[in-house]
Design a protein around this ligand. Structure first.
Ligand SMILES: [Zn+2]
Length: 319
């Protein structure tokens, strides 16, 4: 129900009801609606300029979360790169030095790095592109390091075989060092009666004492000869060969594989020999070399000097 409004009329000295025509009422209504609309639009514009849309707020939160996770990812990439650098350093400066191999140069280590740059260019977001590039570089460095470790492994296997094959012990048991009769060099031959090169060492030992292969290898000859009697030749590979003469008997055959320390025969007095002994030779690339330098697994420096002193006492070989 409409409330009636009154206005004071000074002429009649009365309050008289205010009569509003429909036209005025319509105008007032329109004015009210117009002001309300303008205020509404202004408020909306102000709100939009001041505060982000709800979707944008969510998006911002997601982006912040992604950046935080990205930061963690970058740190992990950095840590992985540092660990790989330490591995590369060890490879170049420890493992390769021990195995007498040249370190990889930087150009080898960087081979293949950058090959995927075109792919990475297609990635729009710099953060993603940089991470992609870093991962690619790490992957290439890892590939190179894996190849390098394979080379180290192959070289280690080769060296192990070489070290096992190299003559490195005395061919008879000689703990008190007294069994070396004479040394390598010019010696008086006990039967021929003149001085000639003695191409090995003579070890005295009772007949039947075991004779050991001084390194891993393959028997190349096991037979009788007039000069060396029952003799065995061992091919150790890597240019080395050892020869054992005057055996009472040998217990190996040509083609047989032997290990360092394996018994191949027994001390005897066969061939051109004047007493039970072992004549022992070492050859490198077909040339006789002094076997005294190949007892490093058996002797320390003091024992080595003592052995030479004992071996120098006799100028006559047993041949
Ligand atoms: Zn000899």
């Amino acid at each position: 129900m409409n409330r009636m409004r009154y206005i004071y009329n000074a002429e009649t000295c009365k309050y008289e009801p205010v009569i509003v025509s429909p036209k005025d009422a319509a105008k007032r209504l329109l004015r009210f609606l117009g002001i309300t609309f303008v205020l509404g639009v202004a408020g909306l514009l102000y709100f939009n300029s001041k505060y982000e849309h709800l979707d944008e707020t969510f998006q911002t939160q997601i982006n912040q979360g992604l950046k935080a996770e990205w930061h963690v990812l970058y740190k992990q990439l950095d840590r992985t790169s540092t660990q790989l650098s330490a591995l590369e350093h060890n490879d170049d400066h420890n493992y390769r030095v021990i195995l007498d191999m040249e370190p990889l140069d930087q150009s080898q280590r960087e081979a293949g790095v950058g090959g995927r740059e075109k792919t990475s260019e297609a990635i729009m977001y710099p953060l993603v592109r940089n991470a992609y590039l870093q991962v690619e570089k790490l992957k290439n460095r890892l590939d190179i390091e894996a190849q390098s470790f394979q080379q180290l492994q192959d070289e280690l296997a080769r060296k192990e075989k070489m070290w096992a094959s190299r003559p490195a012990i005395q061919p008879v048991s000689n703990k008190d060092l007294k069994h070396l009769h004479t040394l390598f060099g010019l010696r008086m031959h006990p039967l021929l009666g003149y001085v000639r090169p003695h191409n090995g060492l003579d070890f005295t030992a009772p007949e039947g004492a075991p004779i050991y292969s001084t390194g891993d290898g393959t028997i190349s000859i096991a037979q009788y000869s007039e000069s060396l009697g029952n003799m065995v030749f061992v091919d150790h590979g890597f240019g080395f060969q050892t020869r054992y003469g005057h055996m009472t008997k040998f217990i190996v055959h040509a083609g047989e594989k032997v290990k360092r320390g394996q018994v191949i025969g027994y001390v005897g007095d066969t061939g051109l020999s004047v007493a039970a002994h072992l004549h022992y030779e070492v050859l490198y690339n077909g040339t006789y070399i002094n076997p005294i330098n190949f007892f490093q697994r058996d002797l320390n420096n003091k024992e080595y000097e003592k052995l030479i002193e004992i071996g120098s006492q006799s100028v006559t070989s047993l041949d």
